[in-house]
Design a protein around this ligand. Structure first.
Ligand code: FAD
Length: 390
């Protein structure tokens, strides 16, 4: 749903200019130094990028899912590392409170996230708990009006710059699955929190991830998200549904950038006496990339519109994440191929983007986990239909 086309066009224009004029020229430097300059982060704050999905009542833009998708198409035109800085505030780092927080939690934290004064991080993954995320081992034990949290969280995006962590911890030790998990918002400077060494990654340099270690961290009971135990895993899954659509849209944006760069290169580079773009085997790669990126664009928009209409889009969000993240991997591979040997050299953006997009198939649910979700939902629906007809 687009609330006001003119306002959305203005927003996407501003973001597109910021991406093209400010971010793209510094991609290589950020990648080399593994650092996004504070001055750029401040510009992101001034543009309101930290609060795009936070409701207007709490100082954000309150973008609908469809509007967010159009913004993500633009953000995908540059290195995904830039988006990561404000990505958690618009998604996994704030959404638990947006969806299920108490009014007090919303008033306290959402304006801080929207302005970018506080960066929110999301702590679900653990050393022994990845795809099977309902098995969270971090524990939160109630003592009077506080909870004491102990555990280790792994690969936490933005942990080194976070002001708060949304932490999934087990409050009911007798329940090993999802129902025993609760979500907490934890101030990052709480006593007992330690950060691990920064992770050295294959791509997306500039994005910071590390372990977050909780040792007897005392958290006020008022920070239990939604004020009820046992709801944390379900909150986390709602957060991830929206996040998956956002990531799928981002993947479309990167694929479109890769295609643009490849097309430019193919029209300039000459072999066998003519631009390589005139060789049909190169044209096949360009055509396949365009077709797949277009298909993913259509899917993501359709799912976003359904979500805005109030439909449950658990299956569609996983279809989009699965297809778009795999699609951009193939498009990046074609882009390197079209560039020949130059595609393997770090001076060329396609070499970096090829590594950057690999992550899309891994985080916020691997491709295999998306397949499992889609199949589980299909079977559930069919079984429901059979029991109705039987
Ligand atoms: C850069 C980066 C940033 C991240 N940011 C965050 C963050 O901010 N917050 C957070 O909580 N987490 C974060 N993660 C963690 C990420 O979500 C997990 O890495 C991901 O969910 C996979 O978990 P795992 O790495 O433990 O792999 P595993 O779960 O061990 O999976 C290993 C392989 O087994 C497959 N597999 C697992 N189970 C099945 C099954 N039932 N059937 C078939 N195949 C299966 C997987 O698909 C995968 O191929 C981040 C990870 C990275 C790399």
């Amino acid at each position: 749903m687009i609330r006001d086309q003119e306002i959305l066009d203005q927003l996407t224009d501003v973001i597109s200019r910021f991406v093209r004029d400010r971010l793209v020229p510094m991609e290589a430097k950020v990648s080399e130094e593994d650092l996004i300059p504070e001055s750029v982060i401040n510009e992101m704050r001034e543009l309101g990028l930290f609060g795009m999905t936070i409701p207007e009542a709490y100082g954000g833009m309150g973008l609908t899912m469809e509007e967010e998708v159009f913004v993500a198409f633009e953000l995908g035109q540059t290195s995904p590392a830039f988006r990561s800085v404000f990505g958690t505030n618009n998604g996994i780092g704030s959404a638990a409170i947006v969806f299920d927080g108490t009014e007090d939690q919303k008033n306290r934290y959402l304006p801080e996230y929207a302005s970018g004064r506080i960066i929110g991080s999301f702590c679900l993954t653990e050393p022994d708990v990845g795809s099977d995320s309902a098995r969270v081992r971090t524990v939160a034990v109630k003592k009077g009006d506080t909870y004491i949290i102990n555990g280790i969280k792994r690969f936490i995006t933005n942990a080194p710059i976070a002001g708060t962590f949304t932490v999934m911890a087990r409050t009911d030790p007798t329940e090993q699955g999802a129902r025993g998990v609760s979500a907490f918002v934890v101030d990052a400077n709480s006593e007992g929190i330690e950060l691990g060494a920064p992770d050295k990654k294959m791509g997306q340099q500039g994005t910071q991830t590390c372990d977050v270690i909780f040792k007897d961290v005392s958290v006020p009971a008022a920070n239990l998200i939604g004020g009820r135990e046992g709801k944390g895993f379900f909150t986390a899954m709602k957060v991830l549904d929206r996040g998956r659509l956002h990531l799928a849209a981002l993947a479309v944006g990167v694929a479109e950038r890769l295609l643009e760069v490849s097309l430019n290169y193919a029209m300039e580079r000459k072999q066998f006496g003519k631009p390589i773009a005139e060789h049909q085997l190169i044209q096949a790669m360009l055509a396949d990339s365009k077709t797949e990126a277009y298909a993913a664009r259509c899917m993501v928009l359709d799912a976003a519109r359904k979500m805005d209409e109030g439909h449950k889009v658990n299956t569609e969000a996983s279809c989009c994440k699965l297809f778009a993240s795999e699609m951009v991997g193939r498009v990046a591979d074609h882009a390197v191929q079209i560039h020949g040997g130059y595609g393997y050299i770090t001076d060329y953006a396609v070499e970096r983007l090829y590594r950057d997009v690999r992550l899309f198939r891994l985080y916020e649910g691997t491709s295999q986990i998306q397949q499992l979700i889609i199949a589980r939902n299909l079977l559930k629906k069919r079984r429901g239909q059979s029991s109705e007809s039987g």
